[in-house]
Ligand binder design. Structure first.
Ligand code: FES
Length: 187
């Protein structure tokens, strides 16, 4: 029986024999594809012709726009694409523009943030080149990636969680966990 079918059966059985089966939630958490980015993960392209290939700092245009990446477990090569909440916006900005803790979480001007809006969870951002800001087209929330992705417009209740990164052997590597809960107010 597949994991999914076992999970459905467990849900249907409720508190009966289902209690004897391994908890699905625990099984899904243990799946590295669903785990949030871990220290040491590489960032790889989430889509496009380079999907699955490492994002190299020099390939990111200075001053944006961002690319969408996914974390990849270094040891196994598993891309953590089991959850859309693992999507990451990564971009290269002028290091002199970075503010406060953003500098500490960055490397060579490269910054990374959750690609899921903190308002209602949309995950398709536009880049406003004139303001160097990330704009969510769903309800026009706007975030400043040079200053911790703080909200500079629209209804989003909080900034985009940052993802600390470092550069190792020319690759962008996760240096710590997201700085806050990823996702919108309803997920
Ligand atoms: S979901 Fe992004 S502004 Fe509403």
């Amino acid at each position: 029986m597949s994991n999914n079918r076992r999970c459905l059966l467990q849900a249907a059985l409720g508190t009966g024999i289902g209690m004897l089966l391994p908890p699905c939630a625990r099984a899904q958490t243990a799946d590295p594809r669903n785990a949030r980015p871990q220290e040491g993960d590489r960032l790889v392209y989430a889509d496009g012709d380079d999907k699955g290939k490492p994002v190299k700092p020099e390939a990111l245009p200075l001053g944006g726009p961002p690319v969408t990446a996914m974390p990849q477990e270094a040891a196994s090569g598993t891309v953590r694409d089991g959850s859309r909440l693992n999507q990451i916006l990564v971009m290269r900005l002028d290091p002199t523009r970075l503010q406060g803790e953003t500098t500490e979480r960055s490397a060579q001007g490269v910054v990374a943030y959750s690609a899921v809006c903190t308002h209602s969870g949309c995950d398709s951002f536009a880049w406003a080149a004139d303001k160097q800001s990330l704009k969510c087209p769903c309800h026009d929330s706007e975030f400043d990636p040079a200053d911790g992705a703080k909200v500079i417009g629209g209804p989003a209740p909080r900034r985009l969680p940052g993802l600390p990164i470092k550069i190792v052997d020319g690759q962008i590597v996760v240096a710590g966990a997201f700085t806050g809960r990823v996702g919108g107010t309803t997920n």
